[in-house]
Design a binder for this molecule. Sequence first.
Ligand SMILES: C[S@@+](CC[C@H](N)C(=O)[O-])C[C@H]1O[C@@H](n2cnc3c(N)ncnc32)[C@H](O)[C@@H]1O
Length: 289
Amino acid sequence: MAEAKPDVAPVSWTRTMTDMEFELFSNMIYSVTGIKMPPVKKLMLTSRLSKRMKALEIKSYSQYYDYICSPEGRSAEFHRMIDAVTTNKTDFFRESDHFSILAERVIPELTARTRFMQGNPINIWSAGCSTGEEPYTIGMVASDYFGENRSSVSILATDISTRVLETAVNGIYTENAIKPIPLYLRKKYILRGKGDKAGLFRISPDIRKMVTFRKLNLMDKRLIPGAEMDIVFCRNVIIYFDRGTQAELFDKFYDTMAPGGYLFIGSSETLHGISDKFIPAGPTVYRKK
Ligand SMILES: C[S@@+](CC[C@H](N)C(=O)[O-])C[C@H]1O[C@@H](n2cnc3c(N)ncnc32)[C@H](O)[C@@H]1O
C-alpha cells in the first residue's frame, strides 16, 4: 500500500527570522502601534507572522516585509499583520472592582453634574476594547443603573485590530466567556442561541445599541473620539507601550476628557511618574485635574 502523503508540505516559511528581519518588523510595529517588541518576543513574533506567511505562501520574512510595504500589501495585508501582532486577551467583568466603582461612585457623581442635568449623556470610551467584553460590561452596568433610560449613557469602543472589532460588533460569545457575568445580568441582557447557534450567547439588542464600535489607532497624533469624554477605560493596553508613548497617550486622553472626568487603567498599570495631569481616585482609577 502506498504511503499516505502528509497533507501539509514541509514548510520553509517556518524558518527562523534573522536579527535584521526582526528589527525591521519590531521598528515597524512600534512606529505604527506603539507596541514594543523587545528581542525576547522574537519567538512569539515569528510564530504569529509565520501563520500569515503560510496563508499567503510567502517563504521568507523579508519577502513578507516587502509585501506589507508594497501598495498592494498595504491595503490587503497590513491590517492582518496588525491583527496578528496585537494581544487581545479580555473578559467580561475583568478587574471587577472597577465596575463596582463605576456603578456606586462614578455614575452617581456624574449624574449630579449640570451637563447631565441639561440632558447630555455620560460619554464613556473603552479605548483598546478588543472583542467587546469591556464595553458590553459597561453597557450592562449602566443599563442596570439607568433602567429604561439607556440613552443617559453613550459608549464608544475602539481598537486598532479589525478582527477583534468584527467579533465585538457581532456580540456573540461562548458559554465559557459569559460565565463572569453575574446571573441576574445574564438573565436581563444575554440571549441564548438556538438552532445552529445553540451553545452560543448574544448580547441583547438594547445593550448592543448603546455601544458604537470604531477602528482607531491610539498612536494617532490627535485622538478625536467625537465627544468630550466623561469616563475613559484604557485597561491593559499601555503595558505594551514604553513610558514615553504612555505619557503622550495620557496627554491625548487629557485633551479629550471633561474636567473631573475619570480614567480607568489596568490593575498592573500606573500613572505614577508618567502623568501628573490626573489625581488618584481609587485602585488604578484617576480623575482629570
Ligand atoms: C489586552 S487587550 C485589553 C482589552 C480590554 N481593555 C481589557 O482590559 O480587557 C489590548 C487591546 O489594545 C489594542 N491595542 C494595542 N495597541 C493599540 C493601538 N495603538 N491603538 C488602539 N488599540 C490598540 C489591542 O488590539 C488589544 O485589543
